[in-house]
Design a protein around this ligand. Structure first.
Ligand SMILES: Nc1ncnc2c1ncn2[C@@H]1O[C@H](COP(=O)(O)OP(=O)(O)OP(=O)(O)O)[C@@H](O)[C@H]1O
Length: 597
């Protein structure tokens, strides 16, 4: 994405967030320029009066104008600055929020694709580490201010001599070109720093994060981590050493050019006071005004150059952010038919699938059908494609070919949010959040009254065997999950957390429930209890269980046996156990053997 496109995208996102923001920036720039102009123009009259008529009343009048104008502008500009500082923070927060929203809306496949994951990382690096959004907003505001000031000062200086303006513009161009070259170098060299910084951040992060400490200690990783961190920090140090050396040279050069500009300004305007060689003589008051205009012009033009370079630089950093923000939203949210009623039938018809950027088909022409209320178990070896079936059903990925039908309609024809209401899933890598237990379980389903929600949550917690545990808690279901943000929060064991996740799926009142390894963390008693009650818990819902514990298949109506992405069998436990050569029989028997003493 080019800088122009990145800037356009930034402005369009900012406009969506706050349409008034850019108008306020322009207004602020005009008012700040006003203060500069007042101090360039008004002193001329005071000085002229001082060296001319020396009329007391006039002197007081001009002095008063200068003081009053300065006080007024100062008051206004300070107030405006405070207001804009708050507004800038608001904009920055909103832009960060826009990124978080995007991550939640973007096609799920992007979040498992290394290219987009890297893009997201770089976008986060630009926003967090480089504060690129803040810097861009700030420098765009300063560019506007500089531009308005320069145009106004040019008008003032033109009244003296266009040639004078031309000479100043020429010298300033030299420092702007130098700045451009330096910024290009800076951007290029920063690109070299990004991967080093990312790796450094990762290893330092490991040392900071509590969740890695067990493995770090048990496997004595401290030394390896410290060495890695030291290695990267040495590289960062070397990088900065080289960079600051070049920066010093550049700043020295720009300083010389600036002094040269000041000398030209003083020299030329001074000559105009004492000689009429380049035009009519001017008074001391005008001398003050033009010199001051030239100095302000030089400062503003140098600032403009610097700020434009910062804008370009920040756009460079923000390029991944804008590219990420331009990614299409979940394309798979296509479909407009509202999903109504319950899942009456579910049919996979010749479904094949491979993950993006991989040519290996994970599912190969899968066809099977499930009727309302049936309980199905999917079994197979690691990597057979079991969880992939769940992802396809949840519309996280779309089949490469073939169709998944629910109630006789392609699932992609359904409007996304109504479709999502018909199913609930406990993923293998399910996540619970730092909300209360109640909030974790009821999620976004808030259509009922609070007391009814509570009652349902408490009933479900009892059914999954967490009643006693919750009763021990001072705040009951209002206890925060995890101690990260509340010392009174609860740290649950893997099995207890899994029970909460099961309760969350059951709370959703979806007619299709999918449980991917639902009991992997449960102790044998809890597992037996959950399985005993599963049919009661799930009720008349259609259910799909994925489990490596073969005993869980026994209570299912049918078992789908997956072998390398192909359906090896689809039948009841009883029938499958009759096929002694079949995969199911072998899996079942080999696991059962482990339980014999
Ligand atoms: N995001 C992904 N990108 C690329 N390949 C993937 C991705 N997720 C899974 N795979 C691959 O797809 C195949 C099927 O994975 P899947 O998770 O569906 O298997 P599974 O039967 O659920 O395995 P397990 O029993 O180990 O949970 C595996 O070979 C896996 O490496």
């Amino acid at each position: 994405m080019s800088n122009g496109k990145t800037l356009k995208k930034f402005i369009s996102i900012s406009f969506q967030i706050s349409p008034s923001y850019f108008f306020l920036l322009v207004f602020q720039s005009i008012m700040e320029t006003g203060q500069i102009l007042v101090n360039v123009i008004l002193p001329k009259y005071l000085v002229d009066e001082l060296v001319g008529g020396r009329d007391k009343a006039n002197l007081i009048r001009f002095g008063l104008y200068i003081v009053l104008a300065n006080v007024a502008f100062l008051f206004f500009n300070k107030t405006m600055k405070r207001f804009m500082d708050v507004r800038n923070i608001y904009m920055k927060e909103k832009l960060n929020q826009a990124m978080a929203d995007k991550i939640m809306k973007v096609e799920f496949a992007c979040l498992e694709d290394p290219y987009y994951l890297d893009l997201k990382e770089r976008a986060v690096f630009a926003c967090r580490t480089m504060s690129a959004l803040e810097n861009l907003i700030g420098s765009v505001a300063r560019v506007l201010k500089n531009a308005v000031t320069i145009i106004s000062l040019l008008v003032v200086m033109f009244t003296l001599s266009p040639v004078f303006v031309l000479i100043l513009v020429l010298t300033i161009s030299i420092s702007i070109i130098a700045q451009k070259l330096f910024s290009k170098y800076q951007l290029e060299i920063y690109q070299e720093l990004i991967p080093i910084n990312r790796r450094y951040g990762y290893y330092v992060g490991l040392a900071f994060e509590g969740k890695y400490q067990k493995d770090i200690r048990v496997y004595n990783m401290n030394r390896m981590l410290t060495d890695r961190v030291l290695d990267y920090s040495r590289q960062i140090y070397d990088w900065f050493k080289g960079f600051t050396k070049k920066q010093g040279l550049f700043q020295g050069f720009v300083g010389v050019i600036n002094d040269l500009q000041a000398a030209i300004a003083y020299g030329y305007v001074g000559i105009r006071v004492i000689s009429d060689k380049f035009g009519g003589k001017i008074g001391i008051g005008s001398f003050t005004m033009y010199v001051s205009a030239a100095i302000s012009f030089t400062t503003s033009a140098t600032d403009l150059g610097k700020n434009i370079m910062t804008v370009i630089q920040m756009l460079g950093y923000l390029q991944p952010f804008m590219e990420f923000m331009s990614l299409p939203d979940e394309a798979k949210r296509e479909g407009s038919v509202p999903f109504e009623g319950a899942v009456e039938s579910l049919r996979f018809e010749n479904v094949s699938f491979h993950y993006p950027k991989s040519e290996n088909y994970v599912l190969k022409g899968i066809s099977f059908e499930i009727k309302k209320g049936e309980k199905i178990s999917i079994v197979g070896l690691n990597g057979a494609g079991k969880s992939t079936i769940v992802k396809l059903l949840c519309r996280l990925y779309k089949p490469a070919s073939g169709t998944i039908y629910i109630n006789g309609r392609d699932i992609y024809e359904y409007e996304f949010s109504s479709y999502m209401k018909c199913l609930a899933a406990v993923f293998q890598d399910y996540k619970l959040f730092a909300f209360s237990i109640l909030e974790n379980i009821k999620g976004g389903e808030a259509s009922e009254e609070d007391s009814i929600q509570r009652q349902r949550v408490e009933n479900l917690l009892e059914q999954v065997g967490l009643k006693e545990k919750i009763a021990e808690l001072k705040k009951g279901v209002d206890t925060l999950f995890g101690k990260q943000y509340d010392p009174e929060g609860i740290e649950m064991s893997g099995g207890q957390s899994q029970k909460v996740a099961i309760a969350r799926a059951l709370y959703k009142e979806a007619s299709l429930i999918i449980l991917d390894e639902p009991t992997s963390a449960l102790d044998p008693l809890a597992e037996a209890e959950i399985y005993e009650h599963f049919n009661q818990l799930v009720g008349d819902k259609t259910a799909i269980y994925i489990s490596h514990r073969m005993s869980s298949s026994v209570f299912c109506d049918k078992i789908l046996v997956l072998d390398g992405g192909i359906i090896a069998d689809f039948d009841s436990h009883k029938k499958l156990m009759e096929k002694e050569e079949g995969m199911y029989y072998k899996l079942f028997k080999s696991q059962a053997a482990n339980y014999q003493v």
